[in-house]
Design a protein around this ligand. Structure first.
Ligand code: ACM
Ligand code: ZN
Length: 765
């Protein structure tokens, strides 16, 4: 008896020692993206060993259990045994019917890990969270890690949105099966569940259609597109733009770029995605973006020829029965192949000019009592919509499809930030909406233009939407148009780290999102991305303006883009590298210099950032006192193609406006503007100016260009500084809106003041 009790005591001590022996994790050491709804860290941790077993009780749990077991197989060469018996230690999957779709709970103690859910997706997401609680080396082959610890933790979690999507464009540049699967793995890690494959476009047809073999025999191959040319040009100085050689093949004695997925490939992709709880949505863009079909079946167009309009390719003729038969025959095969609820038919950016000139299209408009060519496209959409409905599918298209009216069963992807009316129109009509705004969720945009924080801070429920309208927002998706993404490494670089910001918006409730906390968690996520060998973007060094002005000397105080990164810089114009001067603290510059900076995280370099640090003398004011509160604006359409070319025509006529903006021209394209007036400096000092513009703008004080925000690009802020004497100074802003919705705003910051809009008493004409 005595002996027995001391054994119990000894066991108790051993047990408690065991708990103590395992590490207790701090909040800062745990990084889960997307952030779970509820999470409490407790004492101790669970350690995976060779003896750990995974126990499953039903079929819905098996894919998640296998995924976890396979992770260890890759990392240590040994999978973890999955058993069908009830265990009271190891990893235990257990059903909890009270949990909603995709939701899960995860309880980790030093003794066991319990994952509860009510469906396969919930179990799967429990495993993805567990994966992120394991050391990053779980992502690597032949890991040397010995201590597979998971913090003791209690998590309750579930998604905000049902549609958590990523898109890839296979037409402009193609990607291989392996790359598709690798990308699906990335999506799984961050609980994204919808993979939108843009399979056809003007530059290449990428899916086998048995009834129309020329689509891939010929339509999947090209000699060189304008995008290929542009990539090759850039690759001369930046190898990340190199076109993937594996997609060049010898065809009929010519070196051609291309490739396509066979229907068996597609089945393989769908199955691989399904194991990761991802649904694959195909997009067959019609009746525009259809050149790769028309090239090979020219009877599809109005004139019997393929071609280009001013911006977009010649679409299929909507006055010919053959177009309806052709598209429906294609969709028949697509419907049979893809189990998804939705089939995406594109419907964007159609050049309607050929329909205006085509007697058959005009006859179709008349016979069907349609108002115009837009209604003709709607007529076509409705035909396709009915056809898909007859096959048990729902139609989805880009937001243009809403313009001429659609039924409430169809859903819309909203991409045109400059067409907010489409949102209210769709919601009021009862159409489900996926938010893919071009300004925030187009990951083919440069990181400078669409930075990580802009992605994170975007709220997908449109401002002004009431509760009833909000329920039509299905979710969010980011797109990776591949015109300028010619290889998979470049695709990683464009997608990451923005994909994580999107994933958190997609999953985490609005209330639980917190940018600062996210940035903190990201620091550890980069370790995981490194382990996965993902090339991600790191922003550039900050702490200075794009153009810095000083009178006597400037103090340069640099900030690393991520904590712990080392900064290197040059001031002689040379390219910065690890061999340059290492930054160790603020330094002074007393002569004009070009500052070039770069930062390193291990082997991965940030973007370079450069600034002119200019010694200036005060600019003298002009001796006039203008009328305040307005500035003169000239606007002209279709005269220039980029702001850098904009000059005032002879006899330009000006209109007074209250501020520097694009008002009165919303939705117009190819518009140039020149603002001419004066800026008031209330005291001697260094003034900062800034513009945000889409497309480009240039701001001058006197003859000096202070803000260079030139070129054609989406909304981007640039700034610069100038030394001004008290008084009025000539102010000129040039602007050009090329395509895709215009934005313009101008700011100034006076010495020791806050940034303010250029309006009111500081401007005059
Ligand atoms: C699109 O970007 N044209 C949908
Ligand atoms: Zn026609």
């Amino acid at each position: 008896m005595k002996y027995f009790s001391s054994l119990v005591v000894l066991l108790l001590i051993l047990n408690s020692c065991d708990t103590k022996k395992t590490k207790t994790f701090s909040n800062d050491e745990v990084s889960i993206v997307p952030k779970p709804s509820e999470m409490v860290i407790a004492e101790g941790s669970y350690k995976f060993t060779k003896e750990t077993k995974i126990s499953v009780a039903n079929d819905a749990q098996k894919p998640a259990a296998k995924y976890l077991s396979d992770l260890f197989k890759t990392a240590i060469g040994d999978s973890i045994t999955i058993v069908n018996t009830k265990e009271d230690n190891g990893v235990i999957f257990s059903e909890d019917e009270s949990l909603t779709r995709e939701a899960y709970t995860l309880e980790v103690t030093p003794k066991k890990i319990v994952i509860k859910a009510s469906d396969a997706a919930g179990y799967f997401y429990g495993v993805q969270t567990l994966r992120q609680l394991l050391p990053p080396s779980i992502e690597t082959e032949n890991s040397e890690e010995q201590n597979w610890l998971v913090p003791s933790i209690s998590i309750k979690d579930g998604p905000r949105f049902a549609w958590r999507g990523m898109h890839m464009d296979f037409s402009r540049h193609f990607f291989s099966m392996d790359e598709v699967k690798t990308f699906l793995d990335y999506m799984a890690l961050y609980k994204l569940n919808t993979y939108h494959m843009h399979l056809t476009d003007d530059q290449g047809w990428r899916i086998e259609v048995k009834k129309y073999p020329l689509l891939t025999e010929k339509g999947a191959w090209r000699v060189e597109s304008s995008h290929d040319k542009a990539c090759k040009e850039l690759a001369k100085t930046d190898p990340s733009f190199t076109i993937d050689e594996r997609h060049y093949h010898d065809r009929d004695g010519k070196k051609m770029y291309g490739g396509f997925f066979t229907q068996d490939d597609i089945k393989d992709i769908i199955a691989y995605a399904a194991e990761r709880q991802i649904e694959v949505i195909p997009e067959i863009d019609m009746p525009g973006h259809f050149k790769s079909a028309i090239d090979n079946y020219p009877y599809l167009s109005c004139t019997g020829e393929a071609g280009w309009g001013e911006l977009f390719s010649t679409p299929a003729c909507l006055g010919k029965e053959t177009t309806y038969d052709f598209t429906k025959n294609i969709l028949s095969e697509i419907v049979d192949l893809f189990p998804s609820e939705y089939i995406h038919i594109g419907g964007d950016e159609v050049n309607i000019q050929s329909w205006k000139e085509c007697p058959l299209c005009q006859k179709a408009i008349k016979d069907n009592h349609l108002k115009d060519e837009h209604e003709l496209q709607s007529f076509f959409n409705r035909e396709i919509e009915d056809f898909l409905k007859s096959k048990g599918k729902r139609m989805m298209g880009w937001d243009e499809i809403v313009e001429g009216g659609i039924s409430d069963k169809t859903s819309m992807m909203w991409w045109r930030n400059w067409a907010p009316d489409m949102l209210t129109k769709a919601a009021n009509n009862g159409n489900d909406i996926v938010m893919t705004p071009c300004f925030e969720y187009y990951f083919d945009a440069q990181h400078e233009v669409t930075p990580f924080a802009k992605v994170y801070n975007y709220e997908p429920i449109p401002e002004g939407f009431n509760q009833d309208q909000s329920k039509y927002i299905l979710g969010v998706q980011a797109n990776l148009w591949s015109e300028m993404i010619p290889n998979f490494k470049r695709l990683q670089y464009m997608a990451f780290p923005r994909l994580l910001a999107l994933a958190e918006t997609a999953w985490t409730s609005k209330e639980d999102k917190d940018h600062e906390d996210f940035e903190k968690r990201m620091l550890r996520q980069y370790d995981r991305l490194d382990a996965l060998d993902i090339q991600y973007h790191i922003p550039s060094v900050t702490g200075f303006k794009d153009k810095v002005a000083f009178l006597d000397k400037a103090t340069i105080d640099l900030q690393a883009p991520l904590k712990g990164m080392d900064i290197y810089y040059t001031t002689d114009g040379s390219v910065p590298s690890r061999d340059s001067k290492k930054y160790s603290g603020p330094f002074e510059i007393s002569e004009t210099a070009t500052l070039n900076t770069i930062a390193y995280r291990g082997e991965i370099a940030s973007d370079e950032r450069t600034a002119l640090i200019e010694k200036q003398t005060y600019m003298e004011p002009v001796g006039i006192t203008p009328k305040t509160g307005s500035i003169k604006r000239w606007a002209g359409e279709k005269q220039f193609s980029v702001v850098d070319e904009v000059t005032l025509p002879k006899n330009a006529s000006f209109t007074p406006v209250e501020t520097i903006d694009f008002s009165g021209y919303d939705g117009k394209e190819q518009v140039s503007m020149v603002f001419k007036g004066y800026f008031y400096a209330a005291e001697d000092g260094l003034y900062e100016f800034a513009t945000t513009s889409d497309d480009g703008s240039l701001l001058y004080i006197g003859k000096k260009m202070v803000v260079d925000n030139g070129g054609n690009h989406s909304a981007m802020e640039k700034n610069g500084m100038v030394a001004l004497k008290k008084g009025w100074h000539p102010l000129i802003v040039k602007f050009h809106e090329a395509t895709g919705g215009g934005t313009l705003k101008g700011w100034y910051t006076a010495p020791n003041s806050e940034k303010q809009v250029l309006e009111g008493a500081v401007i005059g004409e």
